[in-house]
Structure formats: structure tokens, C-alpha cells
Design a protein around this ligand. Structure first.
Ligand SMILES: Nc1ncnc2c1ncn2[C@@H]1O[C@H](COP(=O)(O)OP(=O)(O)OP(=O)(O)O)[C@@H](O)[C@H]1O
Ligand SMILES: [Mg+2]
Length: 341
């Protein structure tokens, strides 16, 4: 079924490292490959520091120091955006075709500018010929269609509540109908009511065809479950499992996915900054090259072979898993999550 749909984003062997002043390389995104289809919402889950936000930035093609490009390609609607100059990316790609909604909504707005002046500056950067009136008409119209009160554009970011700020950021980031939107933990800092409104907003943008495909970075199980078509589980810079949502949540195969799903079934808001309760040890040091499976030191199934060689993704039970022990995982019990509505 998937094959008949268009590939909106094709990420192939992407590596993006931070280079620190002391010359260290932090391998935050290491050999990530996946396809995002048109009409698909993909969730990315993984514990704090595994590289989710770095991946979202790297996929934009813009590498701002200390983040550096190492290797791989990112095809956005058929066009490789890796290697494009910053000016071209800012004018033609960012916001227009690929929109990254950063983890903290506040970072996306300028606290010294009213929303309308911020939007005018933003859109004029993309299209200097656009008149102020046109920018404001477009913004007001979009705000209205997303049930955001139009008077909000006359406020400063600090005058908005957290939920409202997040909705404004999402509306503003998608004004130019980007094909791919990456929302980085858009609901983490919000109460349940605001979370629901934000999710509804993203679904509306998607259902109305304003955006074609969405990547949702989140730890919230109800969001993963109700919003995403597929989920990718990330660990120490790599994807360890990717597949259909229900399978990943109720029947995770990779030992790390199992631990992650068990931990996020705990009904608390997010796991950010917390260690997984059911998992001994901690993730590997991303400054050091790692031979073999990155999860081996914490894995109940690890054998000598796991540490000897690079472990690739294997197809298993209609998904992809980075594990050579998949055959030994069959006898596990099914996880029954507690899903908050
Ligand atoms: N500016 C930076 N300079 C050096 N290292 C960085 C920088 N930003 C992030 N890192 C490191 O890169 C790795 C991945 O960080 P990233 O922010 O992408 O993780 P994340 O999965 O988004 O975490 P969280 O869930 O907490 O948002 C971490 O080890 C982090 O310490
Ligand atoms: Mg992050």
C-alpha cells in the first residue's frame, strides 16, 4: 500500500555531529535512513539526549555550528537539500517546503516583536515583494481557519499563554504551506487541554492538505498512538526500530523499544530528563566511536556477536529492527499499556 504513495522525505545514511571547541565529535545523528510518505504522520520517540532534535535540524539541510554535516542525503520532495547554501535554504526550503517547529515555542518567536511584526519580517525574508497588507491578510485568514483569535497578532509573545504561544508558532511556521512539518515535542510543556488543542491544530493542517507529511517528536503515548501512522524508536543517534504504530506500542521487538514503551506507559507527563525505570545503566558516550550494538551493555539478550560488528536494520514482522537477536524475542509477553485519553 505504502509503495503507491509518493515519498515526501527520503533520508539516507544521514550523519550529523557536533564539533566542540576542544575538538570532540558528538555523534548525535549517526546513519539514519527512512522514508516519510505523503499523507503520513511519523512519530519519533526516544529518551532524552538520543538525538531527536538534532535529527530534525539536520533534515533541514542547515548545519549551524557546532552542528556539522558528516554524510548522507536528504531528499525533500525529490530534491537533495544537502549541500545547498544557507541563503538558498532560507529562501526556498525552510518554511516553504520544510518547517521545523522547535522544542521551545519561545525560541521560535522574537520576544521584542509583536506577532504581526514578527510575521511580516519572516515572510518578507522569503518573499521581499510581498506587501505588509498581504502578509497580514494571509496571517489573519490562517489564524481564523485554525480557530485562533485574529487579535492575537497585536500581542507580544510574553502576553500569550503557553498553549496559545505554541498554537501561534505552529500557525506561523506553516503559513507558507510547507510540505513537511517537524514538530519537536509541541505538547510537552502544556496541560492536557492545551495539548488536545495543539494536536487538533496539527491534524487540521494535515487534513486540510496545508501540510503533506508530519514528523511528531514526542514522549506522550496517547499522541503517538492516536496521531501517528508509524513510529521510529531512536537510541544513541540511531533508529533501532520503525514500524506501524500499534505494533511498536503493543508489541515492540527491539529490547530498547520494549523498555521505552514500558516506561512511557507510566501515566506521567513525559520522561524528559529521566532515566528509564526498567532499564539498568545509561546510554553510551556519543563522543566515542562504538563498535557493534549501542544498546548491548543494557540489553538482556546481548551476546558477544552483538559487540563485534555494525548491526544493520533487518526486516522482521512487517517492520525494521536493528538487532541480530530478533529470533530470540518471540516468546516475550505482550505489553498492555495504560493509555491516558
Ligand atoms: N550545541 C550542542 N553542542 C554539543 N553537543 C550537543 C549540542 N546540542 C546537543 N548536543 C548533544 O547531542 C546529543 C543529542 O541531543 P538532542 O538535543 O538532539 O537530543 P534529544 O533527543 O532531542 O533530547 P531531548 O529529549 O532532551 O530533547 C546529546 O548528547 C546532546 O548532549
Ligand atoms: Mg530534543
Amino acid at each position: 500500500m505504502e509503495e503507491s504513495r509518493k515519498i515526501m522525505l527520503k533520508v539516507d545514511g544521514l550523519r550529523a555531529y557536533y564539533k566542540t571547541r576542544s575538538g570532540e565529535r558528538i555523534r548525535a545523528v549517526d546513519n539514519i535512513s527512512f522514508n516519510l510518505m505523503e499523507g503520513e504522520i511519523l512519530g519519533i520517540a526516544g529518551e532524552s539526549g538520543c538525538g531527536k532534535s538534532t535529527l530534525a535540524m539536520a533534515m533541514s539541510g542547515l548545519f549551524l555550528p557546532p552542528l556539522t554535516y558528516e554524510s548522507g542525503s536528504v531528499f525533500l520532495d525529490g530534491e537533495n537539500i544537502i549541500g545547498k547554501k544557507e541563503e538558498e535554504l532560507r529562501k526556498k526550503i525552510l518554511g516553504r517546503k520544510y518547517s521545523y517547529i522547535p522544542q521551545s515555542a519561545m525560541n521560535a518567536l522574537n520576544p521584542t516583536l509583536k506577532i504581526k511584526n514578527f510575521v511580516i519580517d519572516l515572510l518578507k525574508e522569503h518573499d521581499p515583494r510581498m506587501s505588509k497588507k498581504k502578509v497580514l491578510d494571509l496571517t489573519t485568514e490562517r489564524f481564523e481557519s485554525l480557530s485562533l483569535p485574529p487579535w492575537v497578532i497585536d500581542l507580544y509573545p510574553l502576553e500569550l499563554s503557553g498553549g496559545m504561544k505554541q498554537r501561534v508558532v505552529i500557525a506561523v511556521s506553516t503559513l507558507m504551506n510547507p510540505k513537511v512539518v517537524v514538530a519537536d515535542e509541541p505538547t510537552s510543556a502544556l496541560d492536557v487541554t492545551s495539548q488536545k488543542i495543539v494536536i487538533k491544530l496539527i491534524k487540521e493542517l494535515f487534513d486540510e492538505g496545508i501540510v503533506k507529511s508530519v514528523i511528531f517528536i514526542t514522549h506522550e503515548l496517547p499522541i503517538l498512538r492516536h496521531v501517528c501512522d508509524r513510529i521510529a524508536v531512536m537510541y544513541a543517534g540511531e533508529f533501532v526500530e520503525i514500524g506501524e504504530t500499534e505494533g511498536i506500542i503493543f508489541n515492540p521487538i527491539h529490547p530498547y523499544s520494549q523498555a521505552l514503551m514500558q516506561s512511557i506507559l507510566v501515566p506521567e507527563v513525559g520522561i524528559k530528563g529521566k532515566k528509564l525505570p526498567s532499564l539498568p545503566g545509561s546510554p553510551p558516550d556519543l563522543r566515542k566511536p562504538i563498535k557493534g550494538c549501542r544498546f548491548a551493555d543494557r540489553c538482556y539478550l546481548a551476546i558477544e556477536d552483538c559487540r563485534k560488528r555494525t548491526i544493520g536494520m533487518v526486516e522482521f514482522d512487517s517492520r525494521k529492527v536493528r538487532c541480530i537477536r530478533v529470533d530470540h524475542i518471540k516468546a516475550k509477553e505482550e505489553v498492555v499499556p495504560h493509555v491516558q485519553q
